[in-house]
Write a protein that binds this ligand. Structure first.
Ligand SMILES: Cc1cc2nc3c(=O)[nH]c(=O)nc-3n(C[C@H](O)[C@H](O)[C@H](O)COP(=O)(O)O)c2cc1C
Length: 224
């Protein structure tokens, strides 16, 4: 059993990355292996609309035809028994890199073809439990008030359709963006509040990430 966790933050040791690492530890607690893959290590593009994956002759192809530095990350994602995508919220959605990764991962598994029941066919080799870990400046109240959660839920809906089981989410809200707020042009965020919130809430978020990693592996074990 293997859990693959995508860190879709450009920062390799910040909020998202730490939660991703904890999810791996949760998977390992059940004897599974786990790996965090840093998207920003790979210079890559989103889908280039070549449609190689949608050719009549591509029914048995699950991989993106366009090959670049993302290819090994896509290969590992496709082999995973459970998959988590970690992303900071950028302008109300996942980061651009996560979006591009999703295009390249999902489009080869998707089709423009209905089955005999009128359902869209998916080239699914196995059902894979999936989840998003989102980190953001927004509080939980702002997340719902500005309906950002609706946008994020639509990402989860797409993952559910492709991987065959409900996609979970973990929100880590009101994160500490900087160690030293005094260096930055800011009067929107109160540094003291950020520190206090970080010290009290982030350990809980880390624990939730640990449990998420373990839960997805349990779900994957139950499927097999
Ligand atoms: C380009 C950019 C856009 C952002 N947009 C949002 C946003 O729309 N909503 C929000 O709550 N936070 C936003 N943030 C804040 C980040 O989501 C937040 O600091 C996150 O925890 C950063 O993750 P990291 O620490 O793993 O890098 C933005 C940050 C950046 C750099």
């Amino acid at each position: 059993m293997k859990l693959v966790v995508i860190n879709g933050s450009p920062r390799k040791h910040a909020n998202t990355a730490q939660l991703c690492e904890m999810a791996v530890k949760g998977a390992e607690s059940l004897g599974a292996s786990g790996e965090v893959l840093n998207l920003y290590d790979a210079p890559f593009r989103g889908c280039i609309s070549c449609f190689g994956c949608h050719l009549n002759t591509s029914a048995e192809r699950y991989d993106c035809f366009y090959k670049d530095a993302l290819t090994p990350i896509l290969e590992k994602s496709l082999e995973a028994d459970a998959l988590i995508i970690g992303s900071p919220v950028y302008y109300g959605n996942v980061t651009g890199a996560v979006r591009s990764y999703m295009e390249r991962l999902l489009f080869p598994l998707d089709t423009y073809h209905f089955d005999e029941h009128g359902n869209r066919e998916v080239k699914r080799r196995k059902v894979v439990p999936t989840a998003f870990i989102y980190t953001m400046n927004a509080t939980e109240e702002q997340l719902t008030h500005y309906k950002m959660d609706q946008t994020l839920k639509s990402n989860e809906g797409v993952m559910h359709g492709i991987f065959g089981v409900k996609c979970e989410h973990l929100y880590s809200c009101d994160t500490m963006q900087w160690e030293d707020y005094s260096r930055y042009y800011n009067n929107m965020f109160d540094p003291q509040h950020k520190k206090e919130h970080h010290d009290s809430q982030f350990p809980i978020d880390l624990q939730n990430a640990y449990e998420l990693g373990a839960r997805l592996i349990s779900a994957a074990q139950a499927i097999q």
